[in-house]
Write a protein that binds this ligand. Structure first.
Ligand SMILES: *[C@@H]1O[C@H](CO)[C@@H](O)[C@H](O)[C@H]1NC(C)=O
Ligand SMILES: *[C@@H]1O[C@H](CO)[C@@H](O)[C@H](O)[C@H]1NC(C)=O
Ligand SMILES: *[C@@H]1O[C@H](CO)[C@@H](O)[C@H](O)[C@H]1NC(C)=O
Ligand SMILES: *[C@@H]1O[C@H](CO)[C@@H](O)[C@H](O)[C@H]1NC(C)=O
Ligand SMILES: *[C@@H]1O[C@H](CO)[C@@H](O)[C@H](O)[C@H]1NC(C)=O
Ligand SMILES: *[C@@H]1O[C@H](CO)[C@@H](O)[C@H](O)[C@H]1NC(C)=O
Ligand SMILES: *[C@@H]1O[C@H](CO)[C@@H](O)[C@H](O)[C@H]1NC(C)=O
Ligand SMILES: *[C@@H]1O[C@H](CO)[C@@H](O)[C@H](O)[C@H]1NC(C)=O
Ligand SMILES: *[C@@H]1O[C@H](CO)[C@@H](O)[C@H](O)[C@H]1NC(C)=O
Length: 409
């Protein structure tokens, strides 16, 4: 969102600035707050000129729309509110592409592995919650079943894309997906956490859902590489990425820590823990959660347990992308609480404090939400990323009553 657009939106919504009421111990109150914030998010779709997408183009990147639809799938599953189902179906169909893997022709040259995987999360989430399927595209020879656009088939197609690209990318760094998969794209020489954790998470979720060992093995392999490459460093700190350009061969890691990177590994590890029951995965979940807690919560003594984005938030310098990252952390911590009962209580305590702060930052009426959850009110910095983060934070309080994450029998 450009600064001038942001001011206009702010002027429109400032007139109706009242705090959103949220009682975190009252399910009805949480559902009402979630509905209001989801309505605010939906405005960004309603006012978009591109079918199937929230506001476009730059700096509203395509991947954010994938994240937005995934949040609305969670919203539907957690609340039983059917408002968005048909628009979710339309939007996902429009972005699937001819191979049913979220590689649409329109994004050619722009789309990177991390962009794709944020759309794939919508299919994985739909698969796990039994979200209504798309009208079946029959494919008799499909290895995954009779519909080539079933949620599972879509996730598997993307998984297979990632395997192919990993193999191509393995000439450097001993493995790892590059950020970009198009060699002409800027960023082709970077191997980053959001892409590799996304592949890890896709493999782990398919492993748990299907029980197919191919996915379990890949999840283990991607995790191991993430550790040996240093993307996951000592003390379970998760760093942004590493270059393989000019012979660098991943010898020096970019040590920026963003909340969505650690969150993506955390959620994948939670699926591996639930699927394998191996103590190592529970150790990994606990380690990542400990580090996420000390790195991304409690920015000030007056804000214990409130989530924030350390690199950019205090100085009000988060981009549209970066403003959405807390949504990934809230969402995936919530699902981790369900998958790994030993960490459930501490996660829900953190999410409770954070959701309370997030809701206090929503101005009510149209439900537009601010950036800083630790100021005890609305800070005036609105945008799609903020709206998505607040929605995910409030929704995560309902995760305990959500449908069970399915597995194939
Ligand atoms: C729960 O919240 C709803 C909606 O705000 C409200 O009507 C209801 O009275 C609340 N219940 C309790 C027990 O506070
Ligand atoms: C879309 O926006 C218009 C104008 O603001 C509004 O009247 C309508 O209710 C919105 N539709 C949805 C589904 O939110
Ligand atoms: C949604 O509907 C299901 C089935 O009727 C029910 O079990 C569940 O409690 C409902 N969830 C919410 C949050 O209302
Ligand atoms: C299915 O696969 C078989 C064997 O590979 C091939 O002969 C046949 O044409 C395929 N059918 C369809 C509908 O693609
Ligand atoms: C595919 O369709 C056939 C014929 O209708 C059916 O027998 C089979 O169970 C279906 N397979 C799956 C995986 O749904
Ligand atoms: C690049 O790093 C990998 C993994 O550490 C190593 O196996 C490989 O030998 C290195 N390649 C070069 C050219 O140094
Ligand atoms: C397991 O998954 C792999 C990768 O998608 C696939 O090639 C294979 O057919 C699957 N195996 C079974 C038994 O479904
Ligand atoms: C992953 O690393 C562990 C510990 O070093 C090792 O036991 C395991 O064999 C590795 N698995 C794969 C698939 O690389
Ligand atoms: C907590 O302290 C910070 C730093 O002084 C301040 O910016 C923030 O507004 C305070 N939050 C509340 C709820 O008072």
């Amino acid at each position: 969102m450009s600064p001038s657009v942001q001011l206009v939106v702010l002027a429109v919504f400032a007139a109706s600035a009242l705090c959103l009421d949220l009682d975190i111990s009252n399910q009805t109150s949480i559902k009402q707050a979630a509905a209001t914030i989801a309505g605010g998010l939906y405005e960004y779709h309603n006012t978009s000129s591109t079918a199937g997408l929230f506001n476009q183009p730059e700096p509203w990147f395509w991947w954010l729309s994938g994240a937005g639809w995934t949040a609305l799938i969670d919203y539907t599953a957690y609340t039983n509110d059917t408002t968005y189902i048909s628009d979710i179906h339309t939007a996902l169909s429009q972005n699937l592409g001819s191979n049913y893997d979220f590689v649409p022709a329109e994004q050619s040259g722009w789309e990177a592995n991390d962009d794709q995987v944020y759309w794939v999360y919508s299919a994985l989430t739909a698969m796990e919650y039994g979200f209504p399927p798309l009208p079946c595209k029959a494919a008799l020879n499909n290895t995954v079943g009779n519909c080539t656009n079933s949620w599972q088939a879509v996730a598997v197609h993307a998984f297979e894309d990632f395997v192919t690209r990993w193999n191509l990318d393995s000439q450097t760094c001993g493995g790892g997906l590059k950020w970009q998969y198009d060699p002409m794209a800027k960023g082709w020489t970077y191997k980053n956490s959001v892409s590799n954790a996304g592949f890890f998470q896709t493999a782990a979720r398919l492993a748990r859902y299907t029980g197919n060992e191919t996915y379990t093995d890949w999840a283990t392999k991607i995790w191991n590489w993430s550790v040996t490459s240093g993307l996951v460093g000592s003390g379970y700190h998760v760093y942004d990425g590493s270059s393989d350009g000019d012979g660098a061969n991943c010898s020096s890691v970019d040590h920026d820590e963003w909340s969505y990177n650690i969150a993506s590994y955390l959620h994948g590890a939670a699926h591996m823990s639930a699927h394998t029951h191996a103590p190592i995965w529970t150790t990994i979940v606990t380690g990542l959660l400990d580090t996420a807690t000390t790195t991304f919560f409690s920015p000030f003594p007056n804000a214990t347990g409130i989530m924030y984005e350390p690199i950019c938030e205090k100085q009000a310098a988060c981009s549209t992308d970066q403003s959405s990252f807390k949504g990934s952390l809230a969402n995936w911590m919530g699902k981790t609480a369900v998958l790994v009962p030993s960490v459930s209580e501490r996660i829900m305590a953190l999410l409770g404090e954070s959701a309370r702060g997030a809701a206090a930052g929503c101005s009510g009426g149209e439900g537009m939400c601010g950036t800083k959850w630790y100021v005890g009110g609305f800070d005036g910095q609105v945008g799609f990323g903020q709206q998505l983060s607040a929605l995910d934070a409030v929704l995560s309080l309902l995760v305990g009553g959500a449908p069970e994450l399915a597995v194939l029998t």
